[in-house]
Unconditional design. Structure first.
Lengths: 116, 116
DNA sequence: CGGCATCCTTATGGATACTG
DNA sequence: CAGTATCCATAAGGATGCCG
């Protein structure tokens, strides 16, 4: 979020928008969840299998946060046993091209040190 | 960093590169520092004035981290009083266009909720 | 001036048992 | 099956005093 009690700067408008973008992929697992759900709609147990190192609390919490942000959608099917599916929303999908462009930054900083 | 003990997925290569990109803007102040230094080279005290809410420890630590990552450069001028200037490196500058594209994601998620 | 060292508070992530 | 609740561990950020 915005730091408090600071002098307004021209960079603030940019900062705020980029921060909002970062919010959807902050944390250790959100980016993974988005990339996985770009491939398929998945149910809760399938996400757990693909992310074995994440705890129940964190997985459920991150999914809930992404739903609130409007990145993914949660569909409940009142079957027995219960089925819950998670799907990227159109807004979530629209963010993917730019997320994938960020790989370019990653590649730039994989190269050798060049402090010019 | 990469989560440990998980099954390898096709998304891993993407995840790793995007994570590396995120590393340079993770934390509460790095994005601010980069945007400020894109406008001018600044000395330590000037950065402090423009970011009044940041503590000495955090500011100095983040600057050091960005130098280590190769995003910014630290130039020391052995004057009295001492002068230290921070400047974006060419690698740092090359990341800016993509960072600015992320504003598009921010705008998408500023719009009304649309869970399709 | 430009930090670093120390101590403290808060945020994030995790393990595990239990529930609708 | 798909979570919640509780408690715990670690990391990130902050306040402040001191030093080259």
């Amino acid at each position: 979020m915005m730091p408090k009690d600071r002098i307004a700067q021209p960079a603030d408008a940019e900062y705020t928008l980029i921060r909002r973008a970062l919010e959807i992929i902050s944390g250790k697992w959100r980016l993974y969840l988005i990339l996985l759900l770009d491939e398929h709609t998945l149910r809760y147990s399938e996400l757990r299998q693909r992310l074995p190192a994440v705890s129940e609390k964190v997985l459920a919490g991150e999914l809930k946060a992404l739903v609130t942000l409007g990145v993914i959608r949660r569909d409940v099917f009142a079957e027995v046993p219960l089925r819950v599916e998670y799907t990227l929303t159109s807004k979530g999908r629209s963010a993917l091209p730019i997320l994938r462009q960020m790989k370019q930054i990653g590649q730039i900083f994989n190269e050798h040190f060049d402090a010019t």
